[in-house]
Write a protein that binds this ligand. Structure first.
Ligand code: C5P
Length: 317
């Protein structure tokens, strides 16, 4: 009999709102952020093996040893579950790396969720959330599998929010500049009080507008307190936003610490038109369209490999 395997689709996220509320003694920053899960997703195939941890990845720039969050997640899982076992993982990257879309964090969350399924669910979700928080501040949002969720604390204390009545459409641009998150928070600290002012947008109002699913209204409340720090470190960041605005986006924001920048669109047709204009002006950028990853109306487990349902997974053995 073949070894049990599982295929998962770790989704990307964007931050619709990110306020920095303070700095903690451990160097992390206290945040209030609104995460949204997108239908842009990597693919992670996990196979249960008797022993050993291995990872292959189609992106040659991606480390596949202990530095990769998938391997770190697997080690954390086996240690916490107190079981011996192994994993063969094959990762296909579609989410731009180091781009503010949470790709590595999402891969780690899927590894935790997938291994837990393959090994008979020894850990409950609360335990997986704690393990996720040890791997990275964004990981618990992905472990929660919420479509939209508030992140507080380091961004790792998750309160699921009401998902939009209809998906929001985004145009994502990645100028190919990998931005190290710690450098942006360090720049944020260097900028001092001027940048510590919370965004003028109203997070509570934004949460309600997201639920309604009105892209123009949501566009008016997008906010990211890290933008001044990103623009100070990467002056070109202003052009990432300007190109999207000039191409007709309703509102634009850098996601997380960047460099991926997104614009909101009225609907799919509008998103594709904006993307076409940006590609024409910036042929070297990665330009993608993506929508909110709303749960499928039918059972997710029946929709194996459907790119519109990235959280869906199917087990075979
Ligand atoms: O948790 P994660 O590994 O994603 O965080 C990367 C870095 O980003 C941290 O080491 C820290 O420098 C910075 N960070 C922060 N405050 C947060 C999240 C991240 O200062 N809430």
């Amino acid at each position: 009999m073949a070894s049990p395997s599982l295929t998962l689709h770790p989704p990307a996220k964007v931050n619709l709102y990110l306020a920095v509320l303070g700095r903690r003694p451990d160097g992390y920053h206290t945040l209030e952020t609104l995460y949204e899960r997108l239908d842009l997703a990597d693919e992670l195939c996990l196979t249960r093996t008797a022993a050993g941890l291995s990872l292959r990845c189609d992106d040659p720039a991606m480390p596949t040893d202990d530095r990769n969050l998938v391997i770190k997640a697997a080690k954390a899982f086996f240690q916490a579950a107190g079981i011996s076992g192994g994993m063969e993982a094959v990762l296909t990257k579609r989410i731009p790396a180091a781009g503010g879309l949470g790709g590595g964090s999402s891969d780690a969350a899927s590894a935790l969720l997938g291994l837990n399924t393959l090994y008979g669910a020894p850990l409950d979700r609360a335990r997986l959330m704690v393990l996720g928080a040890q791997l990275g501040a964004d990981v618990p949002f992905f472990v929660s599998e919420a479509v939209v969720g508030w992140g507080r604390g380091r961004g790792d204390i998750i309160t699921p929010a009401a998902p939009p009545a209809k998906p929001l459409w985004h145009v994502l641009v990645n100028p190919g500049v990998p931005v190290p998150t710690p450098a942006i928070y360090a720049q944020y600290d260097r900028l001092g009080a001027a940048a510590l002012t919370p965004p003028r947008a109203d997070g509570t109002l934004l949460g309600r507008l997201v639920q309604v699913g009105d892209p123009a209204a949501v566009a008016g409340q997008l906010a990211n307190a890290l933008e001044p720090a990103i623009e100070a470190s990467y002056p070109a960041a202003r052009s990432w936003k300007a190109v999207l605005s000039e191409a007709g986006a309703l509102g634009v924001l850098i996601s997380g610490s960047g460099s991926t920048t997104y614009g909101l669109a009225t609907d799919e047709t509008h998103a594709r038109a904006i993307a076409a204009r940006v590609r024409q002006r910036q042929p070297d950028w990665t330009v993608l369209t993506a929508r909110t990853a709303l749960p499928p109306p039918a059972q997710a487990s029946e929709v194996r490999g459907d790119k519109h349902h990235p959280s869906s997974s199917a087990m075979r053995s």
